[in-house]
Design a protein around this ligand. Structure first.
Ligand SMILES: [Zn+2]
Length: 567
């Protein structure tokens, strides 16, 4: 079943002999925070017990306790690209608390869940107002409760839905920290440090820019076109887009480019990049994805389609204008009322803008729900996957609903994925925590049956309170992935990254590189022409070459250092 995809056949003998012997055990963002809690609450109550997360956590815990060498080998394993993560969700709560202390923030009982704390800014006089207390003065017990409030750490999971709601609620609780523009650079530095610890080479992270300016544009668009039914007709989109251009869309994009430069420069300074004292995290390259909040809502709870349209216009334009923004994504709870009710219109927006900005790359969260949340037999289980692909998605985030489709529908969706040469981003940890999906319920193996390119991603490591290595531990222990499978996952992640340029692999499943490099070992230093000139022209292929070099190095030295060399 798996062999038909040639999952293992691309590997050189030395790779197989080394790794397989070596490792026998292998057999949501400021926008989350800006969404009213009701807007990200599930459309349907899902009150089943979360057995998936219990099994998931137990497997990770047991493996860490009983197989530390395997865990260390997996930590060191070069993982390639982490293609799906939210900058604000990637930061550990402990780091947020340190940033909040530096900002002079306060904490107070969460209004919607008094068993939790939320962070609030101090007043203009620097004092904590009302019943809030200074974060800097929090004792050990309060700090633990803060960590638990800002993440899934020690969460009790009374049922699936509560875990889902806790996950999304955290973004609002640390929003007073993550939403401050001066904290973006420290957040980036934290993300890159974590990526380096997890042996990741490249990260594509979702982060909003110029939120206020885009919000203003959206408000003007709504004033001009107040009727929501207007947004359902694509014949109106040129007029809407023209209006946005007339009121300053280009200025917002220019502002975002300046903002990005500031964040990047400050993050470089924090990490000491370019100096003798640079941190290892400087070796992790990264790019941004511009996100769109799929749950933007009016005060009465109806979809704020003007805001969604404006955010897509801005994100597609920014991605085209700035090479540091390599694509666009949709975020926030997919099962929420606004997202469910306006999905088709949102896809229509993307279809329109894709024609205007053909160079912009699109990755979409899709199928991040189950029948427990949206109801058994809900057409959205298939339609969100199919609709996202038809709207131009080249990567699907999560794709969990694939597991709940009929064989015929799965084949249809798989066909659409292949048509788009798309990849599915797999995130075990957040799927278990948010959806209660794990083990045999997870679509991971089903995607493999259909030979769909897959990559592991971290999603929201800070909120999950888990490292990226956990995804790989789960892949190995739950699904018996071989070393060859892991290498394939790493290679696919780079192959489907949005780094510009032609990819190195002509046929990754067959282990075939492009003809220019067909006779040389991938990753070798100073490859001869025509491979050298091919690499010179493609940033993506160069990144892939670097990944191959890192893999070779790991297999020859890193693995040996761990006592995992060929026997
Ligand atoms: Zn996500």
């Amino acid at each position: 079943m798996i062999l038909k995809c040639n999952y293992a056949s691309s590997l050189r003998r030395f790779v197989l002999s080394c790794m397989l012997v070596a490792l026998p055990a292998f057999a949501a963002d400021p926008d989350y925070g800006s969404v009213a809690p009701s807007a990200v609450t599930a459309a349907t109550v899902c009150s089943e017990p979360n057995r998936g997360v219990v099994e998931y956590q137990e497997l990770i815990r047991r493996t860490r306790e009983l197989e530390p060498e395997l865990v260390e080998a997996l930590r060191q394993f070069p993982k390639g690209a982490d293609l799906h993560n939210h900058l604000s969700g990637a930061v550990m709560p402990e780091d947020y608390i340190a940033m909040g202390v530096a900002d002079g923030d306060c904490y107070v009982a969460d209004r919607s869940d008094p068993s939790m704390y939320t962070i609030v800014a101090a007043g203009a006089d620097g004092a904590c107002g009302g019943s809030s207390r200074p974060l800097a003065a929090a004792g050990q017990a309060e700090r633990l409760k803060l960590v638990n409030s800002l993440s899934m750490h020690r969460y009790g999971y009374p049922d699936i839905r509560h875990g889902h709601d806790q996950f999304f609620a955290t973004f609002g609780r640390f929003g007073a920290i993550s939403g401050m523009p001066w904290n973006t650079a420290p957040m980036l530095a934290a993300l890159l440090r974590q990526a380096e610890r997890d042996s990741v080479s490249y990260v594509e992270t979702m982060n909003s820019f110029q939120s206020q300016a885009v919000s203003t544009l959206a408000g003007l668009l709504r004033q001009r076109f107040p009727d929501n039914s207007f947004y359902g007709n694509s014949a109106n989109y040129p007029a809407m887009y023209g209006f946005l251009l007339g009121v300053g869309l280009n200025d917002a994009v220019a502002g975002a480019r300046k903002e990005i430069s500031q964040h990047v420069n400050r993050a470089n300074a924090i990490l000491g990049c370019g100096t003798a004292a640079k941190e290892p995290a400087c070796g992790v390259s990264y790019a941004f994805l511009a996100p769109v909040n799929r749950n933007a809502a009016m005060p009465d709870g109806s979809p704020d389609l003007a805001r969604i349209f404006a955010q897509i216009a801005f994100s597609m334009m920014l991605s085209t204008a700035d090479s540091r923004v390599v694509g666009v994504n949709l975020l926030s709870g997919e099962d929420a009322v606004v997202s469910m009710g306006s999905f088709a219109t949102q896809m229509q927006f993307f279809t329109y803008f894709r024609k205007l900005f053909p160079a912009a790359r699109i990755a979409l969260h899709a199928g991040e729900f189950t029948p427990c949340f949206v109801g058994k037999g809900n057409p959205a289980l298939k339609d969100h996957l199919a609709g996202s692909l038809k709207a131009g998605a080249e990567r699907i985030g999560h794709g969990v609903s694939f597991a709940y489709l009929s064989e015929a529908d799965r084949a249809e969706v798989a066909g659409l994925i292949k048509n788009n040469n798309a990849l599915v981003e797999i995130m075990f940890t957040s799927n278990a925590q948010i959806l209660g999906v794990a083990g045999q319920d997870h679509p991971f193996m089903r995607y493999r049956e259909h030979c769909i390119p897959l990559a592991f991603s971290s999603d929201d490591g800070g909120v999950s309170h888990a490292d990226f290595t956990s995804e790989w531990i789960y892949g190995v222990k739950q699904y018996g992935l071989s070393a060859a499978d892991l290498i394939r996952l790493g290679r696919e992640s780079f192959q489907h990254s949005f780094i510009p340029g032609a990819p190195l692999w002509d046929d990754l499943a067959a282990g075939k590189t492009v003809s220019q490099c067909g006779t040389v070992k991938p990753g070798m230093s100073n490859p001869p022409d025509p491979c050298k000139s091919f690499l010179g022209k493609s940033a993506k292929a160069r990144a892939q070459w670097g990944y191959e070099a890192r893999l070779t190095d790991f297999l020859q030295t890193g693995a040996k250092a761990l006592g995992l060399s060929r026997h």
